[in-house]
Structure formats: C-alpha cells, structure tokens
Design a protein around this ligand. Sequence first.
Ligand SMILES: C[S@@+](CC[C@H](N)C(=O)[O-])C[C@H]1O[C@@H](n2cnc3c(N)ncnc32)[C@H](O)[C@@H]1O
Length: 440
Amino acid sequence: MQPRPRSNLRGGDTNTSSSASASRGPEQTAGARSKTLSHSPHAGLFDIGLETMNHRIAGLFAGIGGLERGLARGGHSTAMLCENDPAAASVLAHQFDDVPLHGDVCTLAALPPETTLVAAGFPCQDLSQAGKTAGISGMRSGLIGEVVRLIERHKTPWVLLENVPFMLQLSGGRAMDVIATAFESLGYRWAYRVVDSRAFGLPQRRRRVYFLACLHDDPRQVLFADETPEQAERGDFRSVACGFYWTEGVRGLGWAVDAIPTLKGGSTIGIPSAPAIVLPDGQVGTPDIRDAERLQGFPTDWTKISESVARRNARWKLVGNAVNVRAAEWLGRRLARPGKVLEFDTAPLSQTGSWPTSAWNMGNGRVKVFASERPIQRSYKSLHEFLLYPLSPLSVKATAGFLGRAERGGLRFPPDFLRTLRDHLARSQDSEVPRTRAAA
Ligand SMILES: C[S@@+](CC[C@H](N)C(=O)[O-])C[C@H]1O[C@@H](n2cnc3c(N)ncnc32)[C@H](O)[C@@H]1O
C-alpha cells in the first residue's frame, strides 16, 4: 500500500497565483527559444523571464488532443499527430486542421525532424505486458515500445508521458521499472509526479502521472517548481454537489465531494458512462457531455464532429480518455519557462513494489519525492456553479440497480446518501408511470 503523499516542502515558496521568481537552469539547450517581453498571459503565475522555450511537439496517441491543446497554451506548437481511432481522429482533423495526422503508431517510420518534445498519453494496458520482461526489450512488447523505437531513432531532447496512477502499481512495480530503465539506458534524466486536476480549478477529481524525460535539461524544473499545501475536502454531502459512479456500488463508489469522480473512457459495465451527481437540493442526474468537455478543460462541443463517424455516446469515451487541458497547460507554461526546483523531502527509492506518487532520477540514482498532488491551486469553482447544462435525471433502472448493489454490498456511504437516492427513485417512478400508461 502506497503511503499518502505528504506535502513536505522545505524552504521553498508556495507558488500560487501570486508568486513569481525568475530562474532558469544552466543547461537548457533544447527546444527553440524566443525572446518575449514578458507579456505572456501567465506572467504572475510563473517565473518572469525574458526568454521562453517553444517546443515542436509530436503528439502520439493523441486522442482528442488534450495534451497538445494545453501545451499550445504554453506557447508550443504541434508538428504532427498520431491517432488510430476514427472518432478521435475526426476530432483531431477538425480541431488541428493544419497539423499532419498519422494513423497507427506502429506504421510511423520517423518523427518529424524538427520535433523537440514527444507527447504520449499511451494506453496503460500495454504496460502489464511490458512489466513481464526487463529493459527496453520488455517495452517493445507494447505500444509504449513504439515511443522508444521512435526516440531511439531521433533522440528528442524532451519526452512527456501521461498515464493513470495504476501504472505505478502494475506488475508489482515492474512496469515502471521497465519505463525508467528504458529512458535511463537512452541517456535521459527523468522525473514524474501524480497531479490532480482539481489543482487547476476544475471540479473533477482526476489523478494522473506526468512523466518527463530530458536529455540535457532538468525535468524537475518543470514538475517540481511549484507546490501548494495539502487541501481539505470542500464541504460535505448535501452542503455541496457530490459525484459518484452509479455503475459501481459493490467494491467502490468513486465518491467525490464538490467534484465529479474521474471521467473514464470505459466503465465496469463495459460501455463508457457518465458519473452521477447529487445536487444539494437532492436532484440526482448525469451531466451533459458539453459540461464533461468543460470539466476536461475543453470548450463545449470540442468532440461534436465525431458524431459524423460514431454514435453520440462515443463522445464520453473520447472525453474520458483525454488529458485534462488545464493540467497540460500548467505543464506547457512550465516547459516554456522552467522554474527553480523547490526543496522537497526525498528518500532513496526502493526497487521493489509499487512506485511512489513522485520520483526522479537525475543520473545519480532513483529518488522518492514527498510532493503534493496539487502543485498550484487555481481558484476553484464549485461543481454546482460550474455546470452550465441541466442534469439528465438518473433513470429508474440505473438508480434501482445501484441501490440494489449498494444494499447487498458492504460499503459504507455518507449519511443520508442512500435515502436521497431512494427518494429520487420514488419521484422518478411516479413520473415514469403516467408516461408508461400514456404509451400503453
Ligand atoms: C489515453 S488515450 C490518449 C488521450 C490523449 N492524449 C488526449 O489528450 O486526448 C490513448 C489513445 O491512444 C490511441 N491509440 C491506441 N493504439 C494506437 C495505435 N496503435 N496508434 C495510434 N494511436 C493509438 C487510442 O485510440 C487513444 O485515443
């Protein structure tokens, strides 16, 4: 069991929206640099310097372009995209209409020569396989091996990977060992950090691993130049809107206070499904797909074009698989202007078992880092206020199914939660009966 990360910052600034201290690493050589006059939209949030680093990105496993959109907000541009799902590709072709788009990564011969950063939110399942064998040969068995194949051929100065925190536990930690070993043997220094999207003011609990490898620079200047103290929960059930997965209820609930639980690309019942929300007035329903897009940092209807090639419901999968745009924006701005590495408590990284939520290897050994999951805290909008569109009431079938599982299972629920759902069920049955009669 992984210990909860402690925010244990010693001597560094708490970098919130007002702190600004200039610092650049001595060896920053990669990426195109351009002089700016510090009128960037993020002045004040990040270190104010005269130079920014503007990367040319190859976006592999690009999905609907969450990473690339966020990185673009940091001033970087996309040289190519690679995505083989027709619905996701239709979104990329529409939203990044001037960027070359390739299909299957396995048939991609090489990265564009101008690439300085590879961005890859690769499918996690592949790591289970990779974890069974050691080193780069292990990685070759999965799609992440395609990333290694491409960077072996063209050693880009920067590589950014994104994945679910489950990758830290896969195959008893061996999958992470395979990734770290692969980058170490190619001469990269690496750092990673689990970050929760709530840090960026969005009411969605979404923890993701951001792994950054550099050939010449210090990846910690991107991932560990910001820190805020651990945050308390924001209110409780019925005082604020709460989210949960109505498809669960036996082993877990996906409970989130004043937030929705992680939007997913799939669910325990096999099809992508929206989480449910209980509003403070007792309404129970699922959010509109346009609010889901906003909860991922996209404008509304970012994925609408996909309805020309796939069913409307497929948008949930696209949105659930995406990298949160605001998280990518934080990375993009820090990549443009790396900061001073703050002082965190560290400990040697044990070579067995699950990996910690933050770590680095600067070329002199793997180190576990005690960092919080919220490097910054942008002002937070309550879930109830955030939603622009009405909820679709949770159906009788879905509510009854959830209640059945919850009542049979051994989970403990917040006080009044099940009663609120039973009241919702009774109201929904009352309103569905006349409709059924009318139809008969
Ligand atoms: C976790 S999602 C990445 C999401 C993306 N980074 C974003 O921000 O929207 C993984 C993506 O990899 C794509 N993928 C899987 N196998 C692929 C392959 N062989 N070639 C290209 N893309 C692939 C999937 O279709 C999926 O969209």
